[in-house]
Design a protein around this ligand. Sequence first.
Ligand SMILES: [Zn+2]
Length: 278
Amino acid sequence: MPTLADIVGEFESIYDPSWAESWDAVGLVCGDPGAEVRRILFAVDPTAVVAAEAVEWGADLIVTHHPLYLRGTTSVAATTAKGRLIHTLIRNDVALFTAHTNADVADPGVSDALARAVGLTGPLVPLLPAAADPRRGLGRVGSLPAPLSLREFAGQAARGLPRTAGGLRVAGDLDREIRRVAVSGGSGDSLLGTARAAGVDVFLTADLRHHPASEFVEETGGPALIDAAHWATEWPWLTDAAHRLASACASRGINVETRVSETVTDAWKTTAECEELK
Ligand SMILES: [Zn+2]
């Protein structure tokens, strides 16, 4: 039976923690390295509903993309949501492990899975290559197999991503032809200038704010913008990460059972225009 230490070792050989940004907090959040691990649940966010799903399924480990604690804490008392989560996990023998910006910049990483989900089929290159290794980096740039209008591409992207209350927001001429596409999973504000310089036809990311987006589309000659739910842009990576971990384990004779949580943990649950999500 593999131990948590075995699984962490396999995962960190795929998503090297040294690739993470200096401000990030990746790795093991709770769990005994000697504990046995058979079932691993993958999710974007370490929230109460995900912990409940792990307990119900009998998971020994949850792998999340987002850290539970990004900054230091002096208490894990069950007086806050995060403290309660830690209590739920320890009481039920569930470990928690995070791969965040080290998974963003991996090859393949979070944005490769996003690119495939929205229909990019050819080679992908980083939008912002990592200084240490240009094969890795933030975001991805690739081409569509055949040109689409912005309207058609947005529809294809919406069908390829998991459904969220807010759907996709699109800025630009809807009849514009789209061939080259840049994508970046999670908040993409900081990559707007890089996407413009890359000469792509559209940049698909999340968490775009009014002023940066408005000023961006006011300038002529730049790409159109598509703003998706943060959770939806990172969720496609979970399947890729689960496959990579399971096959790395299998090659060492370790059998683990993986499952990707389909629980929508995007913060926004509905809009005024659409029916409340069931
Ligand atoms: Zn994120």
